[in-house]
Design a protein around this ligand. Structure first.
Ligand code: PA5
Length: 442
């Protein structure tokens, strides 16, 4: 199992124990469905309720895309792409798209920005590719995704013909409403439903994450098994042994002590997008009603050379959570060198991962000395099973933590504010009043 080490969190056992009742009540409120936002608790027992037949339907669709595409573009934003990207990058070869010998399609992402250059360059790149598209949008109306999908759909149809396009475009959206559903039904695309009671940022273990991950060639059954095992532990273990409850408790103790920023740290570049996924999960869930820990993220040791100074000696309002991978998947020994011009022979014969581990330990000691509380999430290996555990761990702890904080962790009312202005500025029909009001402000 993945484990949480809070011994360097700079909180006393008494402070953590004092949170037990609140945390247990939050856990109970989630399990009983009595917390705020209780119509979005579909993620809570999702892993244990996934059936073999459902996984087979995802794998069959993935197989069709794998057989007919060298490239698959996942169109989605926020919760509709970050989880898939996080897991695919964590499990994949860092140079997959350069070294690909055709055994797995390359997975690209679009619909998560409105960069004209990005979209131009993507459509240029795809010109000689046998590409498919997975269009993911729960609402089915998100502008960034809809814009990219319109471009990709047209290009796919032009390059591959309408019939083939129909086979290699898949929709993951609401069962009934939204433009993505209308298009999927009209065109006859294979489609999967995002359950009503699962919000975007909690949807990685629905088809939203599972289909792209399966297309990339990873074992979604093992991923779900890991999540289901964590679901069971998180529901059964007592407070003192329960990693989700402990993480939620320590975060809230630290927040009350003025630690307003949590930095998610990895020592593996492959985990960059895991941090991004975590940022959305915690930021959108907790940042409301004038409250919430600000979720930041760094990739170490890379960012020790850019953010290290701030973390070591800047304002003492931060704490760190490190995702620590126990065992690297590959072995690379540091070579000896006769001349030893770089003076590194003291490392000869050591694994690169051993050097990385000492960087991790040295950083922890230095940051704790500098007054930065440190939690370590120890993950035995970077494989599907443990990533499944990690995903569910963060989801459950997020639900508990948000309830303890006293917010509704499952809504995101603030996300709408920019959209209203953007639509008004673009002159979208129905926004005439807002357009007038905005013009008066410019
Ligand atoms: O977590 C959320 O709800 C959001 O980040 C959404 O996932 C994001 O805005 C995309 O929405 P949709 O899937 O409706 O296109």
């Amino acid at each position: 199992m993945i484990r949480l080490d809070i011994t360097k969190a700079l909180v006393s056992a008494g402070e953590v124990a004092a949170m037990e009742n609140k945390v247990a009540a939050a856990q109970q409120a989630l399990e009983n469905g009595t917390c705020a936002g209780n119509d979005f608790l579909g993620w809570l027992h999702l892993p244990s309720s996934i059936t073999a037949e459902f996984l087979t339907s995802i794998q069959e669709c993935a197989q069709t895309l794998r057989e007919n595409c060298d490239t698959v573009v996942v169109a989605g934003i926020g919760g509709s792409y970050l989880g898939a990207r996080a897991i695919i990058e964590a499990l994949g070869n860092s140079f997959q798209w350069l070294t690909n010998k055709g055994e797995n399609p390359n997975i690209l992402f679009a619909g998560n920005n409105i960069g004209e250059d990005y979209l131009y360059e993507l459509t240029e790149y795809l010109k000689d590719k046998k590409f498919g598209v997975i269009n993911i949008s729960k609402s089915g109306t998100t502008t960034e995704t809809a814009l990219a999908f319109r471009l990709l759909k047209k290009q796919c149809e032009q390059q591959r013909g309408k019939e083939t396009a129909r086979r290699v475009i898949v929709a993951i959206t609401d069962a009934k409403k939204g433009a993505a559903r209308t298009t999927a039904d009209k065109e006859g695309y294979t489609s999967f439903v995002i359950p009503d009671n699962v919000g975007g940022r909690f949807s990685v273990l629905t088809p939203v994450g599972l289909l792209p991950i399966a297309v990339a060639g990873f074992d979604i059954a093992k991923l779900i098994q890991g999540a289901a095992d964590m679901e069971k532990k998180a529901a059964e273990l007592p407070f003192a042994e329960n990693p989700c409850m402990q993480y939620a408790a320590v975060r809230n103790v630290l927040y009350q002590k003025g630690k307003k920023i949590e930095i998610m740290v990895n020592f593996q570049p492959k985990l960059h997008y895991m941090n991004e996924w975590w940022k959305q999960l915690y930021g959108e869930s907790e940042g409301k009603d004038g409250k919430g820990i600000f979720p930041a993220a760094v990739d170490f040791s890379t960012d020790l050379h850019s953010m290290g100074q701030w973390i070591q000696e800047g304002e003492r309002t931060i704490f760190e959570t490190v995702i620590s991978i126990e065992e690297a998947e590959h072995k690379l020994l540091f070579p000896s060198d006769e001349e030893n011009l770089d003076g590194l022979n003291f490392l000869a014969g050591k694994r690169v991962d051993e050097v990385n581990k000492m960087a991790e330990l040295g950083t922890q000691l230095a940051h704790v000395d500098g007054g930065v509380p440190n939690m370590r999430l120890i993950v035995p290996r970077l494989n599907e099973y443990y990533i499944g555990q990690l995903i569910y761990f963060f989801e459950k702890a997020c639900g508990i933590s948000g309830v303890v904080l006293g917010v509704n962790p499952f809504n995101q009312p603030g996300v709408e504010a920019y959209k209203k202005n953007m639509f008004a500025l673009l002159g979208k029909p129905g926004y005439e009043k807002e357009t007038e009001a905005i013009k008066a402000r410019l």
